[in-house]
Design a protein around this ligand. Sequence first.
Ligand code: PXP
Length: 241
Amino acid sequence: MSSLKIPRRLGVNIDHVATVRQARRSPYPDPVEAARMSEQAGADQITCHIRCDRRHVNERDIRLLRQVVQTHLNVECATTEEMLVLMEELRPHRVTLVPERPEEVTTEGGLDLRRVLPEVRDASARLKEAGIQVALFIDPIPEVVQISAMPGVDQIELNTAAYADEPDTLNQIQRLATATAIGEGVGLTVAAGHGLTHHNLPLLVANVPSIEEYNIGHSIIARAIFVGLDTAVRDLKAILA
Ligand code: PXP
């Protein structure tokens, strides 16, 4: 019997369309339009990150995305009371919990569950109760992957920032492969993201083929400036095929 081939999912993060909008507080470009175009180009999921300072995506965007996204809407946010109340109201398909430091340029690392376990456990339980899937953004540290397997958590997203900085080092690939195997072993779906591009993605896919989902934003939107969003999304989908 031939084995089933499960396609890897591409989550297109549309934050940086909103970053350009917010740079001028203009009504354009609209991240909701980017979501629709991404889906037409083959995106399996739309991902966005609502930050406490609303520097890119805001409530209006998520309300509209909730209505127009036809695939799957994954919202990344911190474990603050403000964000949890908002997620309970807006009910995206999935919430990915991430750490957030106000001055950071972008997310700097994964949730260190050895330090923040109680708040993550409470947040996950609340979101699950609201009927929302829960993912945790973590670094590929075996102990942290093990702790992630808690009630209410469906998925881990492994932070690929260190890999993206040094994509040719066996060490980073090995860390991601080990974390993926541990995650699968404890029954979690394994996703990955941060700093991935059409240059560094093929090596990771070839070496850790069982990662099921990739969330990619900055490089897609940056490349879209030159080749268009449709081509930028299709090229990544082809790498994941
Ligand atoms: N996954 C998570 C949890 C993130 O916080 C981000 C950045 O918002 C991404 C994926 C996408 O990273 P990048 O924009 O570098 O592709």
